[in-house]
Design a protein around this ligand. Structure first.
Ligand code: 6PG
Length: 236
């Protein structure tokens, strides 16, 4: 595990975009495809803009396959949709073949959506390994849609589950550590003062994954990178 510190959110986003370029080049050279899972939330937006603009020509987009680590149970054009955020900030601006964007069909019944997406992942990830997964972390130490004290934390087999989140009074769809911890590289992007307490608890506190689900992310063979800015890392 490596903690990579940056002075501000913009330099963090640039470094995270450089990781995308580097991992893509390595994966495409080695296996002909780059299998990347994007995160939801707001932190990834700045990185997406850099990939869609300044670094656009450094990626062989026709060999890139995009997935999501989790999704809200809303239609793809809903303001809360992680797919919509990625489409608006990145996918509409790069020449990635549409058939290589694997949207979670979150408009379906949650269980059906989870099973459908799991089948897609089984087909597209023959060895079950993403090349790169981007993750965020909430103020409560959640990641993906693995929220504290929710059912999904205890899933040890399935790669995708529907997870009811009482604090949000909403269903979510999330990949699980059973899948994600097989990845070649996992990069958390954590920015801002409000994340400082949770980041300290996750990285420096006791192992309490029920309370701090981000602690469940421990890649078996792959790299675990924490991209943090000065504000978020204040207590480290
Ligand atoms: C989601 C994400 C979630 C997110 C964190 C951090 O679907 O919202 O998967 O885990 O990464 O909540 O979100 P911010 O980047 O907006 O702080």
């Amino acid at each position: 595990m490596m903690i990579k510190r940056y002075p501000d959110s913009e330099s963090l986003a640039r470094a995270a975009a450089e990781l995308f370029v580097q991992c893509a080049q390595e994966a495409i050279a080695a296996r002909g495809r780059f299998l990347v899972a994007l995160s939801g939330g707001s932190t990834p937006k700045a990185m997406h803009h850099i990939l869609a603009d300044a670094m656009r020509d450094q990626v062989a987009w026709d060999h890139v396959h995009v997935f999501w680590g989790d999704e809200r149970c809303v239609p793809p054009d809903h303001a809360d949709s992680n797919y919509r955020m990625a489409r608006e900030t990145l996918l509409d601006h790069v020449p990635i073949p549409p058939e290589q964007v694997y949207r979670v069909h979150a408009e379906l019944d949650p269980q059906a959506a989870a099973e459908t997406y799991a089948r897609t992942l089984q087909v597209q990830l023959p060895d079950g390994r993403f090349d790169l997964i981007y993750l965020g972390m909430g103020y409560d130490g959640h990641t993906l849609s693995l929220f504290p004290h929710t059912e999904a934390l205890r899933e040890s087999e399935r790669w995708v589950v529907a997870n009811y989140v009482p604090t949000l009074e909403a269903w979510r769809l999330t990949t699980t550590p059973a899948l994600d911890n097989q990845a070649r590289c996992i990069a958390f992007l954590v920015s801002g003062e409000k994340k400082a307490d949770a980041l300290h608890a996750v990285l420096r506190g006791a192992h309490l994954p029920e309370q701090y689900p981000a602690q469940l992310i421990q890649p078996r063979e792959g790299d675990l990178l924490w991209y943090v800015d000065t504000e978020a890392a204040r207590l480290l």
